[in-house]
Design a protein around this ligand. Structure first.
Ligand SMILES: [Zn+2]
Length: 413
């Protein structure tokens, strides 16, 4: 039986690559007084990627193990133009070798001649082929990565579809689209929701460069891609010049300044800088929203664990149980400590505007803005964080519904 495989037949899926291999296998078999009774071909299947299933290879192994081809003929061996057609990974070599030697009297044939798979020398030869194949795979992927990196540091635009905002040459701006991108970046910095921008674009009849309707996700990708300010990304990271450590500048015309691009990116949650990552690449970070509660991240659990130590787990916002406490803060680690949300928030204000806070630098202007409702949540949280390391929350007494502000114990900076 013969096995043939090509890894890439993308350009012309006519399979001539495997057909030629089958012919060569037949010739090799003839030269050694054998005949090919069954052919197994995997066209366009990589043997180096573990995720790729090669159906014909799997059938070959099954038939070898069973000892007969599908038509019931007895198998005397396997012919192949070279070992790396059969395997490029150790797992596949092990499986193939076990299947081939599952019955006695079989041979392996290739352009170099007959091999006895049951001998030490036969197995060593197979391992050497595997070693060569693995080295070649490694070098090839490094060459591809180097090639992309080389293009990137030269500031050559990404290959692939035309980016939104640029002409087909990927260098000059497409004025209509570029204006939209610039407007969107400014709108976003001023606080506009991405979905609102996406809807505007839809209303204007804008389509993506591949014809799709703009969504919040595509708008986000477009306005946070480093290319909008002329920076070059490579494999999802901002590319820095190895000599200067400064971002590599692309050869294309930018739409906005780096300052504006950074400001737009900063409107998204930290860790979710939406760099262009190519098709199918998983997104790092995700889209966690900014904290919505005053004390999120600022509270530590003061409950005692059974072993007598203090829990110190993060006490996080959760849904409350009453009108008076529509939200609560609860320990995620031990679940022994829960406290009314408004109680904590008021306790924090008391701490801040009590004598401790005043001596630690809360100005009367800040206090006025806070208490008159002019100060936003983010600024309030920053003010708190500048004064407090955190607060330890003592567990409440079961059944006691009174508000005990002393349960929130400050650890001042
Ligand atoms: Zn706890």
């Amino acid at each position: 039986m013969s096995y043939a495989r090509t890894s890439e037949d993308v350009r012309q899926r006519d399979g001539h690559g495997v057909r030629y291999q089958v012919r060569i296998c037949e010739r090799i078999a003839r030269e050694h007084g054998c005949a090919v009774i069954a052919s197994y071909s995997d066209n366009g299947c990589s043997a180096s990627r573990p995720s790729v299933v090669r159906p014909a290879f799997e059938r070959l192994l099954a038939d070898l193990t069973r000892g007969r081809t599908e038509s019931g003929q007895r198998i005397g061996g396997v012919v192949c133009v070279a070992d790396d057609r059969l395997y490029r990974r150790a797992e596949d070599l092990a499986r193939f070798h076990a299947a081939l030697t599952s019955a006695l009297g079989r041979i392996q044939l290739d352009a170099r001649g007959v091999r006895n798979p049951y001998t030490h020398e036969g197995l060593l030869q197979a391992v050497r082929s595997l070693d060569d194949a693995v080295t070649e795979t490694r070098n090839r992927s490094r060459r591809v990565a180097d090639w992309h990196w080389g293009r990137a540091v030269e500031g050559v635009p990404h290959s692939g579809p035309r980016p939104f905002g640029w002409q087909e040459d990927r260098i000059r701006l497409l004025t209509t689209e570029a204006r939209l991108v610039e407007q969107a970046i400014n709108d976003r910095i001023e606080g506009k929701a991405v979905w609102a921008i996406a809807r505007e674009w839809c209303d204007l009849g804008v389509t993506g460069t591949r014809g799709g309707r703009p969504s919040a996700q595509t708008v986000t990708q477009i306005i946070t891609a480093p290319r909008v300010c002329g920076y070059r990304a490579n494999r999802g990271d901002l590319l820095l010049d190895p000599a200067t450590e400064l971002p590599v500048l692309g050869q294309w015309d930018p739409i906005v300044t780096p300052q504006l691009w950074r400001a737009a990116c900063a409107t998204f949650a930290p860790g979710s800088l939406y760099l262009h990552r190519g098709t199918g690449a998983p997104r790092r970070g995700g889209s966690r929203s900014a904290p919505r509660y005053l004390a999120t991240g600022l509270l530590r659990c003061g409950a005692l664990r059974p072993d007598g130590t203090v829990c110190r787990g993060a006490v996080c916002a959760s849904k409350g149980r009453s009108l008076r406490s529509p939200y609560a803060y609860s320990c995620r680690s031990c679940r022994r400590c829960s406290i009314s949300g408004p109680l904590v928030d008021e306790a924090l204000e008391r701490l801040l505007f009590g004598e401790h806070g005043a001596t630690r630098g809360v100005s009367s202007a800040e206090r006025r803005r806070w208490q008159s409702g002019q100060m936003g949540l983010e600024e309030k949280r920053k003010t708190l964080a500048s004064l407090l390391v955190h607060c330890v929350v003592r567990p409440g007494v079961k059944g006691d519904r009174s508000w005990d502000f002393s349960r929130v114990e400050p650890v001042w900076r």
